[in-house]
Design a protein around this ligand. Sequence first.
Ligand code: PEP
Ligand code: MN
Length: 270
Amino acid sequence: MNDIKLATLGKNNKTIIQLGDLHVGQDFVLIAGPCSVESEEQLIKTAVAVKRAGANMLRGGAFKPRTSPYSFQGLGLKGLKILKKAQEQTGMPVVSEVLDPRDVSWMCDYVDVLQIGARNMQNFSLLKEVGQVNRPVLLKRGMYSTLSEWLSCAEYILKEGNPNVILCERGIRTFETYSRNTLDLSAVPAIKELSHLPIIVDPTHATGRVSLIPPMSLAAVASGADGLIVEVHIDPENALSDRDQALTPELFAGLAKKIFDLHDFLERQN
Ligand code: PEP
Ligand code: MN
């Protein structure tokens, strides 16, 4: 990894990213919210519920990278305005995916963290663009990417001058089809050996199944992850995207308690 100078550990100190009271890389980050922003009512109700359960950041897609062009593509600007409202009402920072380099700078008026999705991990013009703005970037691992390729993508962002990158393991494609992807939890301690950047885990897209999300969330905590990003919907059956993997607010609340209990237990061992 000789050509990955900025993203690798070397003599660099651990990166800690401040978002209001939250210090990513130091405090445990629990990001929750719907796959897509669908309406003001849907997002605000979800935001209030996940905050009550212990989430400290809100997610919600306004631009959705869908496999089919006929699937719901997201509300775009309208969705971003709703996210901003939820941020103002709950005080939680919001993260949302940016798909197009042309949207990067104006999206910063609406979101606290820009997400680069798995499908765009190696979209180099997008990486260069988010490297030039004053917003942390949540960089998901591409579904076919090695750790070295992933860190090289973080390097693109850091090289442009943005030091605030959060990595997110979201499962990789393997021959297995029961789960949507295969969660590579060894990536967490491996990234800790290689890089100073915080790494969180997305058990939702990694498994694609509600039943698998709680155990994989706890395993991610045990692996040393700096946080989790989990999809929650007030009415999963009627969600416009990813309905099979959305937790209800009630399921999320039960899981959040276990996540923090396990995290506290492990902290006490150190
Ligand atoms: C998402 O977080 O909504 C998403 C599309 O995830 P990924 O890019 O990991 O598939
Ligand atoms: Mn989703």
